[in-house]
Design a protein around this ligand. Structure first.
Ligand code: UD1
Length: 381
């Protein structure tokens, strides 16, 4: 259909947890830009925040840093078991769908909010577009893997960030016409804010010198929920931190476990005045981007940070046995080291002492992915 004959379409955009905010920001901006370029409202964008993440540091700080408009709807579901959290979102979101009667549900990533809203929309006959479709770790013990598989099965329009995703979707029976390799919206956000992030005072406040420190982030249940896993990981990171200071912005889930297992003796308080692991609160987007950009090494179990470190060309060791983002290994700066302490120590020392050969940024990770998605959506609708 041409833009001329195009009727206004209402899109419900879903966010729930921290990584969603980084992905939705460029999409909302691109829809607004499309409307301005067309001189009329083509996309009526409604932002729904489920409240899966609710702390100021996990949520509000990101809305401010990324200039995301205030949510139109806040479901306030909070934490709980997977079934509780998913069910609470579904109950609350069904009412919103019935009330708003959207033309499309737009979901990003793989968190419980992504799954819950897709289930509701699908049963109400609302079409679904999934951004970051097709990623597979092959590990169904990860809650996110279940969320990805189900969300993709229910989605009508699948936007893929790396080539591996296209293959998975075809294998799972999706049609070629539904699948669009568009690049990575998270990297759109990274490029947009990289310069601004350079003005952050975070290095100063941590007493850190560029390329003379590393970063740790850990929050996967498989790494942090058992003492027998978390203890040895902290022990080996502590050994590595004798070489360079390691800054560790601690996720609320990890904090609960560190307190529960009495593991806080592994941490020093800020500001840094030597080598060791330094505990920090979760950071806002700009501070953390600045910290990543100037770091010598990143050790993580996050999905998004594997991609961000690849775009920033900072070496990354992923403390997992698998990844749903293989392009960060085949082309980018990422390596899987699992949780074996000897492997972590060897790989970490090697990077700290010798660095890493120059790596590539994957195809279409160019800052324009959200724009591509919005142009495709306009045709799709
Ligand atoms: C969720 C996502 C994960 C994503 C991560 C990013 C799922 C299944 N997992 O994991 O994919 O990488 O977010 O952070 O959706 N908590 C707070 N304050 C908050 C949020 C959480 O204190 O603002 C605490 C709660 O006690 C909660 C725990 O952290 O029980 C875990 O939160 P939850 O949303 O269940 O999952 P995450 O581990 O954050």
């Amino acid at each position: 259909m041409t833009q001329q004959g195009f009727k206004r379409k209402k899109i419900l955009n879903i966010v729930g947890a921290r990584p969603n905010f980084v992905k939705i920001a460029p999409l909302i901006e691109a829809m607004g830009q499309f409307n301005r370029d067309s001189n009329r409202m083509i996309f009526e964008s409604v932002l729904v925040h489920t409240g899966q993440h609710y702390d100021a540091k996990m949520s509000d700080a990101f809305f401010a840093d990324l200039e995301i408009p205030k949510p139109d709807v806040f479901l306030g579901v909070g934490s709980g078991s997977h079934a509780e959290q998913t069910a609470h979102i579904m109950l609350a979101f069904e009412k919103i769908c019935l009330n708003e009667k959207p033309d499309l549900l737009l979901v990003v990533g793989d968190v419980n909010s992504t799954l819950a809203c897709s289930l509701v929309a699908s049963k109400l006959g609302i079409r679904i577009a999934h951004v970051e479709a097709g990623l597979r770790s092959g590990d169904r013990s990860m809650p996110e893997e279940i969320n990805r598989i189900v969300t993709d099965a229910l989605s009508d329009c699948l936007f893929v960030s790396e080539e591996s995703g296209v293959g998975h979707l075809l294998e799972e029976g999706k049609r070629k016409e539904q699948i669009f390799l568009v690049g990575n919206v998270m990297i759109d956000t990274l490029y947009k804010y990289r310069e601004k992030a350079k003005r952050s005072q975070i290095l100063k406040s941590l007493n850190a010198a560029p390329k003379q420190y590393g970063i740790i982030t850990l929050h996967r249940p498989s790494n942090v929920d058992q003492r027998e896993t978390l203890g040895p990981i902290l022990e080996v990171l502590s050994k590595l931190s004798k070489k360079i200071p390691l800054f560790f912005p601690v996720h609320p889930r990890t904090r609960q476990q560190i307190e529960k297992w009495n593991l806080s003796h592994y941490f020093f308080n800020l500001p840094a005045n030597g080598h060791g692991i330094y505990w920090t609160e979760p950071m806002g987007y700009l501070d953390f981007l600045c910290l990543m950009d100037h770091s010598r090494i990143i050790l993580t179990d996050s999905g998004g940070i594997q991609e961000e470190s690849t775009a920033l060309k900072v070496p990354c060791l992923t403390l997992r046995e698998n990844t749903e983002r293989p392009v960060t290994i085949t082309e980018g700066t990422n390596s899987l080291v699992g949780t074996n302490p000897d492997h972590i120590l060897k790989a970490g020392m090697d990077i700290i002492e010798n660095g890493q050969p120059e790596k590539k940024v994957p195809l279409l990770w160019d800052g324009n992915s959200a724009q591509r998605i919005v142009h495709i959506l306009q045709k799709f609708l």
